[in-house]
Design a binder for this molecule. Structure first.
Ligand code: SF4
Length: 130
């Protein structure tokens, strides 16, 4: 899974800011980008190499890679399909098994491969007692 370039991300982004105010944005980024390997350069003093999706969001557009979640919970408004935790052993992401050599295929697979995996957030969530 490869991050889009800044230009690709900007071209695919939806119009409109992803967040209503800076508090919403800060909470979401703290829960996601600040724990993600893709924005580590920005956190370590090299913002020019930070995540291009974050740059797009700063331009009042919503990256196509951010899937809107049901309901509203501060810090959990979107699921980023490109998120990769910093402790992910990587660098390789799961990729489709290659076609066996010499295998005839009915149709090319490239147009149907997703740039990102369907992501289910499996990070532990603290449950509160009411
Ligand atoms: S890939 Fe997604 S979660 Fe990771 S830094 Fe970029 S926007 Fe944030």
């Amino acid at each position: 899974m490869t991050l889009p370039t800044y230009e690709e991300a900007l071209a695919k982004a939806r119009e409109g800011s992803p967040f209503s105010n800076s508090t919403e944005g800060e909470c979401w980024m703290e829960n996601n980008c600040e724990q993600c390997v893709h924005d580590r350069p920005a956190r370590t003093g090299n913002p020019a190499d930070g995540c291009p999706l974050v740059l797009v969001a700063y331009l009042d557009k919503t990256p196509a890679e951010w899937m809107r979640n049901e309901g509203f919970r501060l810090g959990d408004q979107y699921t980023c399909v490109m998120f990769r935790p910093e402790d992910d052993p990587g660098p390789d992401e799961p990729t489709p098994a290659p076609d066996p050599p010499g295998q005839l295929t009915l149709c090319p697979r490239e147009p149907y491969e997703r740039p990102g995996r369907m992501y289910v957030d499996i990070r532990p969530v603290e449950a509160g007692v009411r």
